[in-house]
Design a protein around this ligand. Structure first.
Ligand code: ZN
Length: 387
């Protein structure tokens, strides 16, 4: 890869012909049309939070360096931004009066309202730019290794760069587009944001059963995303059809895996809703995120719920009572050993050799207090399993 350091290009030159797409949140072109600011493999513009973009302008006004910028030379006098897109979009938007900064008196000032010397200071600032020339794979391999200032690329953003092409472009139009009206619905089940590619990542994760890179590689040059889109929508329709209630704990669950595991089971949404209400109201259920799979699995896998366990004091009290009683009868302090016929029939276990158990199972309405606590030897407790 060949690199040339340029120190002569000013902000004014970059902002010549600056085009920003408000709808897509993308800085598109600059440098009189010679520069593509956001190639398809780049992340969306995420500096527009009223802080990072303002910080870029304040740095420039104070004469602080804003860091290296990398261009990929795609043809003679034609470049695309490899690294620096967020910073370029920030000053491009500022110079075209898209946002304001606060001046020394705390007043909001757009570029057009700044004193002439400040405007000039910004426009005449020279940037440090590396122009890189190399093969597609060289550039992408290198791109994979860099971090964009302040905000490292996450794994999906890297995959988008590595497998850039028509498939990624179409997939991002659907799943990384903040204007997509479905995002609100998806957000009930998928956590993250469209800008950081988290809906796309989830959709790919589900359709590929966890092999995202492999899937993207195989579909890289596809001219449609039908399978990806259909599968994702099927999973979302499935879960929203079964669970009428939308709870915050549903967000981010492994719906793809749950769909594959339970899609053949029939469910009655009204009954499901009643079960869900009851479990949410149950003070013994510690893990509400586990409620959904517990219900889908027929309400038997109790360990998904992390049901509240007996505290130490309760265990010790029950142990003493049970052990004293067992000693007077000359039988084991594990009630299940005591009714057996082997050598453990009279064995007295230490507290450490025993586990607390619900006499009446939690799932049958048993409480987690001393009236419902018994200690069993570890072997018998394990044999009773999850109830
Ligand atoms: Zn036992």
């Amino acid at each position: 890869m060949k690199t040339t350091l340029r120190t002569d290009i000013t902000i004014q030159a970059i902002c010549e012909g600056f085009v920003y797409n408000e709808l897509e949140g993308r800085g598109l072109f600059g440098l009189s049309g010679k520069l593509t600011i956001q190639p398809e493999y780049q992340r969306n513009y995420i500096y527009a939070d009223g802080k990072k973009d303002v910080a870029v302008i304040e740095s420039i006004l104070k004469g602080y360096p804003i860091g290296l910028i990398y261009f990929n030379t795609v043809a003679p006098d034609q470049f695309e931004v490899l690294d620096g897109q967020q910073r370029i979009t920030s000053f491009g938007r500022f110079v075209t009066n898209k946002f304001a900064i606060k001046d020394e008196n705390g007043m909001e000032q757009y570029f057009g309202g700044l004193a002439k010397d400040k405007q000039e200071k910004i426009l005449q600032t020279k940037l440090l730019i590396y122009e890189c020339e190399g093969t597609e794979s060289e550039i992408k391999e290198w791109f994979r290794t860099i971090n964009i200032a302040g905000v490292p690329l996450n794994s999906q953003e890297l995959l988008n760069a590595v497998y850039s092409g028509p498939f990624v472009t179409l997939a991002k139009e659907e799943f990384s587009n903040t204007q997509n009206s479905n995002i609100m619905k998806w957000s009930a089940y998928v956590s993250g944001s469209a800008n950081r590619q988290e809906f796309l990542e989830r959709a790919l994760d589900w359709v590929s059963k966890g092999n995202i890179g492999d899937y993207m590689s195989r579909h890289r040059y596809d001219d449609n995303i039908n399978e990806l889109k259909t599968y994702f929508n099927t999973v979302i329709e499935w879960v929203s059809g079964i669970f009428k209630d939308v709870e915050s704990e549903m967000r981010g669950l492994e719906w793809g895996r749950l769909y594959e595991t339970y899609k053949k089971q029939p469910y009655d949404p009204n009954k499901i809703s009643e079960q869900l209400r009851a479990l949410y109201a149950d003070p013994y259920v510690k893990n509400r995120k586990g409620v959904f799979e517990y219900i889908l699995g027929g309400s038997v896998i109790t360990n998904l719920l992390d049901v509240r366990v007996f505290d130490e004091a309760t265990k010790r009290t029950s142990y003493s009572r049970q052990t004293d009683e067992a000693k007077t009868k000359d039988e084991s302090n594990c009630p299940l050993c005591a009714i057996g016929h082997d050598a453990n029939k009279t064995r007295i276990y230490t507290l450490n050799e025993m586990d607390a158990d619900h006499v009446t199972a939690w799932s049958k309405g048993g409480t987690t207090d001393i009236t419902n606590c018994q200690l069993l030897c570890k072997t018998h407790n394990r044999a009773k399993g999850n109830r």
